[in-house]
Design a protein around this ligand. Sequence first.
Ligand SMILES: [Zn+2]
Length: 251
Amino acid sequence: MSSRSPCFTVDVEDFYEGMKTLGHEFTPPPAREPGIRALGRLLEPRSARITLFVVGRHARAAGDTLRSLAADGHEIASHGPDHGRLPSERRALADWLRAGREMVEDVIGRPVRGFRSPRFDVPAELDLAEFRDLIAAAGFAYVSDTSRAGPSSPVAELPIARRWRLPIGGGSYQRLLPRAVVASVTRGTAPPAVLYYHSYDFGRELPPLRSVRSRMGASQLLGRTRISSTFEFLIDELGSRTCTEVLDAVR
Ligand SMILES: [Zn+2]
């Protein structure tokens, strides 16, 4: 992969759990195929390598796919033990961070170096520098979210690619934009450009749009069926490196 290749990342989580945390209830389709399995199939014939941020409580169910992805050179990182709200108390947050790392390490049998918080949250009770300190103390080498503490951070930072003040690196934004525009913006972003997707946008996990009655529900689902093919188009156009490969290259 070229040293300008972006870093494709996928958050491995449950759509229904994430929506419930935000106060929205959806009904799953009768025949669900886990997105992580479909993603594994998509990546298998390709040389591009990505980083997956895995919610600890879903790691075991996806264990076979995660181990096989890790054996193929993809990087498995932590997306917290669950996708709920971050604990507000320092001690509880430190335990929460460590638990997320260990749950994934137990499943893949390899060390986990990276962390991304649910919804890129920074706890309201802490400033960013304190949060970065806790992430480092929990055993992480880098963090990938939407904040930047800068050179004083004890963990390396790989923020999501932004353009026009939007996190255009996110699949949820890309579903509304032409692929060629995303590819050209990504090429024009100073490397490393970090792109992010969700495992539930692969496979058959989401409720069909026609089954959803509320406008909010429809807006969450609109265009999501395009995301997997956009990912495929972009990764073939641009290539991908893991977060750790990107960090090793700049060191
Ligand atoms: Zn997430």
